[in-house]
Write a protein that binds this ligand. Structure first.
Ligand code: GLN
Length: 508
């Protein structure tokens, strides 16, 4: 990056909570903060490709409005003026929304998702839309029709997926906060490999209204941030009941921010999942995991081992349930209603238009999953595939219930390895799917999960530790995450991302 000597460049290094404090005490304006981030995006996003769309005018208008209201003495939301980036699977009125797919190129949604309405109600400037695997299918952001996102720690590496754009943007100080979605790990695994915090809330905690659905029974939006407290703050903005989502929960959550600030794990019982720490997990990823647990134990937590024997079938069940639901959700992209329409010259019938549009509009991974899902749901195979997978889902839920009788939270490494190289696994779907081995069980059970940085592992790259809790006990994740983050920062002598190498800053 070009030397960050000016004060405005430094603003991007603050946490969201610190940005809010700077605005409250008058040491920075919302406009300065928005401009600092827009300048950072202009400087480094050419190297990263984290953003598919930058909404400069929109962000600056919101920021100026916040400054004017503050000057007039209006009482504002605590995060008013703190910028946020939104994964491109979330619809935004007047702003392009592609879900990383060619088939939605040029589509401008006529409405905001509920969570976007809530960001706007809090007067948080929206910086733009972040890159992602096409329709959130992938673990590397390489299936995006708009080119891969790069990992700020090493631009030859992937930033995880599907929400690699959100995580890379936050890790590279292009945004303090971002929205992700997690169907099988797409908030947590990118968090782990970029050294950021990723929180998948309890299913039903954040409204799905306005999310382009991948697998409706698994999808959940949540925060992507640099600190646990920031994740709690953002979760409190976007969460809460919504009549437009029939699976939305009505209350029943303790305060997330209070839990994040507690920094006390005395007496907390943490279960280490036996099935998720051995084979397939890289040695240094495991070492950082074990050290993190030792710190928590010294701080008064009780570490025990728990077994979740059915977790070994979770990946297989997920890769039947997810494509089944996706194949049906994606049927609406037919060239008639949204985005791309390909009209064959020789034979322009409704059917040929749909065929040509879907043939050209969808990428290979999306087609693979539509085929898999359609097959799994077809008469004669339904019971054998979809039916069996649903039974496994119940068994996974029972494993969680049994384990949570004796522990408050469970823990595992978030992803089996550090970030791999761009191109390394793109032609090997099974190798790609294995990235989600530790994150998928929580989606099948509808329970919350958080990933926070655990340290540097293989090749000097970030590793993550994941904590899991029972449904609606999201506060426990903020409590254990906040406490471990403080312990680790003490041992590192500062925030984790302070050790990330600087980008060149070639400009976009
Ligand atoms: N990597 C997983 C998949 O490809 C998870 C995706 C997600 O959470 N959106 O299905």
């Amino acid at each position: 990056m070009n030397s960050p000597a000016s004060g405005s460049a430094d603003l991007t290094r603050l946490s969201a909570a610190a940005m809010a404090a700077a605005m409250a005490d008058g040491s920075a304006s919302a406009e300065e903060i928005a401009r600092a981030h827009l300048a950072r995006i202009a400087d480094v996003d050419g190297e990263l490709n984290a953003f598919l769309h930058v909404s400069e005018d929109d962000a600056l208008a919101t920021a100026r409005d916040v400054d004017a209201r503050r000057a007039a003495g209006e009482e504002l939301h605590p995060l008013a003026g703190v910028p946020v980036a939104v994964k491109d699977v979330v619809v935004t009125a007047g702003m392009p929304t592609t879900a990383g797919s060619r088939i939605l190129e040029g589509w401008i949604p006529p409405y905001d998702a509920t969570l976007v309405e809530r960001l706007r109600a809090a007067r948080m400037p929206i910086l733009g839309k972040t890159n992602m695997d096409e329709f959130a299918m992938g673990s590397s952001t390489e299936t995006s029709a708009y080119g891969p996102t790069r990992n700020p720690w090493d631009t030859d590496r992937i930033p995880g997926g599907s929400g690699g754009g959100s995580s890379a943007a936050v890790a590279a100080f292009e945004a303090p906060l971002a929205i992700g979605t997690d169907t099988g790990g797409s908030i947590r695994q990118p968090g782990a490999v970029t050294g950021t915090v990723g929180m998948k809330p309890t299913y039903g905690s954040v409204s799905r209204y306005g999310l382009i659905a991948m697998a409706s029974s698994l999808d959940q939006a949540g925060p992507v941030t640099r600190t646990v407290e920031d994740a709690a703050l953002l979760h409190e903005v976007i969460g809460g009941h919504d009549v437009r989502d029939s699976t939305s929960l009505d209350g029943g959550f303790a305060s997330f921010t209070e839990a994040a600030r507690l920094r006390d794990v005395k007496g907390l019982r943490i279960g280490v999942i036996e099935e998720l720490e051995g084979e397939g997990f890289a040695p240094e990823v495991r070492a950082r995991f074990t050290e993190s647990l030792a710190l928590l134990e010294q701080a008064g937590a009780e570490i025990v081992r728990v077994s979740c024997p059915n977790f070994r079938y979770a990946l297989g069940a997920y890769y039947l349930i997810m494509p089944s639901e996706a194949s049906s959700n994606l049927a609406k992209f037919d060239g008639m209603r949204f985005g791309l329409r390909v009209v064959p010259e020789d034979h322009p019938t409704a059917e040929s238009v749909m065929k040509a549009t879907r043939g050209q509009g969808f990428g290979a991974e999306v087609k693979r999953r539509i085929l898999l899902g359609t097959y799994a749901l077809s008469a004669g195979y339904y019971d054998a595939y979809y039916g069996s997978a649903q039974k496994v889902r119940t068994l996974v839920q029972r494993d969680f219930a049994a384990a949570f009788e004796s522990v408050d939270v469970m823990a595992s490494p978030t992803a089996p390895t550090v970030a791999f190289r761009v191109g390394e696994k793109v032609d090997d779907p099974m190798a790609m799917y294995m990235n989600d081995i530790a994150t998928i069980p929580a989606n099948l059970a509808g329970t919350p999960g958080i990933s926070i940085p655990s340290g540097l592992a293989e090749d000097g790259l970030p590793a993550g530790i994941q904590f899991l809790a029972p449904a609606q006990a999201d506060d426990r994740l903020y409590r254990v995450g906040g406490a471990l983050e403080a312990l680790l920062e003490d041992s590192w002598g500062g925030p984790f991302l302070d050790r990330a190498p600087e980008l060149k800053g070639a400009g976009k």
